[in-house]
Design a protein. Structure first.
Length: 154
């Protein structure tokens, strides 16, 4: 897959995840746009998952991109905990799976104290889904939790 094709696919997925109402255009050359705000945690979580899924699904090999994305978006303390989880579970801690989803969607789930929570829905083959709760700090914009339950869940 070419870089241009990957970029267009990423932009389309990001727009869908952010609810911008992008639809497939029937005519060639129709303009589409995607907007984001680096200070908005929902945008940042969507950016992370879009880039991470793209890197993991790259047929040419992802190289070090997933590692670089983790280093940039995840809080260093949480990254250590995530690596420990991966050792125990023998799975990718960001995706909570051993393979890569076909689609992803990020939905805001509210802000509590100094963190924003989002629900990331990963779609696998046969339209099965997994919901992950992802928390990001509002001040440092770093992911501090990924799990099947939110931090507020008991």
């Amino acid at each position: 897959m070419s870089t241009k094709t990957r970029t267009v696919l990423t932009a389309g997925l990001l727009a869908a995840a952010l609810g911008l109402g992008v639809t497939a255009q029937a005519s060639a050359g129709a303009s589409r746009s995607v907007a984001g705000d680096p200070s908005d945690n929902l945008t940042r979580i969507a950016d992370f998952y879009g880039a991470y899924v793209d890197a993991e699904s790259d047929p040419d090999g992802s190289g070090g991109l997933p590692t670089a994305l983790r280093a940039y978006y995840l809080d260093p303390t949480y990254l250590k905990a995530l690596k420990a989880w991966e050792q125990r579970e023998h799975a990718d801690g960001v995706l909570r799976a051993q393979n890569t989803p076909l689609k992803w969607k990020v939905t805001g789930n509210g802000t509590v104290k100094n963190r924003t929570e989002a629900v990331v829905t990963l779609t696998w083959s046969r339209n099965t889904t997994t919901k992950l709760y992802v928390d990001m700090t509002r001040d440092s914009h770093k992911i501090t939790h990924i799990g099947t339950k939110g931090l507020g869940s008991k």
